[in-house]
Design a protein around this ligand. Sequence first.
Ligand code: T4K
Length: 375
Amino acid sequence: MNKPIFVTQPYLPPLQEFIPYLESIWESKTLTNGGPMHQRLEAELCAHLGVKHISLFANGTLALVTALQALRVTGEVITTPFSFVAGAHSLLWNGLKPVFVDIDPVTLNLDPGKIEAAITPQTTAIMPVHCFGNPCDVDAIQQIADNYNLRVIYDAAHAFGVTARGQSLLNHGDLSILSFHATKVFNTFEGGAIVSPDAKTKQRIDHLKNFGFVDEVSVVAAGINGKMSEINASFGLLQLKHLSHAVARRREFDRLYRQRLSRIPGIHCVEPAGQETANYSYFPILVNPEYRLTRDELYESMKGYGIRARRYFYPLISSFPMYRGLPSAGPEQLPVATQLARRVICLPLYPAMTEEDVDRIVSVIEAAEKCALAS
Ligand code: T4K
């Protein structure tokens, strides 16, 4: 049996390159609480991403929870059901009510045309996701937010380094959050960040992620411990040096997949949604009716051949027990998301894979259908 291929594998630079960073931490004895590595990574990420202010976090989920606190969001928040469950969970952790709105069938992002109908007097914010790194319709969303005086917090966990119309996608909305989890394009083992438009907002976020301390004796808010450690920050500094190579590898496999899958009827590769710089974070395909197998049959068949693709994002967040009773969670209200969650599979995509891996995966998709035809 061939070696298994997982949906992703973290990029790891050569171990010996990490040693000097560890030596420096051992020397300084500063392990956390905004040390030199943390400060350097914030500065380097601002420059790399083209954003003004960034606050590092221990993970993306804590960044989401804190972003909602920072903007003092209350009541109801409009969000997408087609995403990782951390987004909606961050609302519940803040005592907020998620209101699910359907997605666009092409971009898989929150459909701006359906947002207004979900706004009530309790709505205070919109939390869209740039799903798989494809940009949301940021102009349409901002227009609605301006008309109804709503805050916009982008879950940009998948959108590291994505640019559109000449600037970082992270500069839209009131805040954007990033994840640097092991499975992400840029990883610090665990990690995350909030991108803020101004120094005052960053300062509030920095207080909130450090228990609300502003100095040794003053606590101004019921903050949390959301800080990134020096080890994670230093790993991020090293990762940044390797990032362009890692993204170039992903771009090449994305190209090969598109070329080779184009010959299989019923397998649709989700198209980019207007980004100038993509990050190739995921490779989602939709299994359409012209393909002989259902998505789940294909998924199981791939698994049998050792290809551990993942059905991101199935089940929909709105179908989990803590959400399914909400008035906005019914599948009949979310027809596009419900349909696409049944058809999507993310194929393996990561820098260390090979052209042979792509060929093997595409052959399995072809062979699975042929077996179905023969039987
Ligand atoms: N918002 C969005 C839109 C998100 O997608 C996420 C996270 C968040 C917010 C929250 O950010 P964080 O708090 O996580 O920073 C994974 C990740 O755990 C999660 O970070 C990610 N989204 C989500 C889409 O995917 P799982 O449950 O699928 O992970 P897991 O452990 O099954 O890993 C997938 C594959 O990756 C494994 O089969 C093998 C490989 N892998 C994984 C890990 C953890 C490795 O090779 N090495 C590793 O260390 O959730």
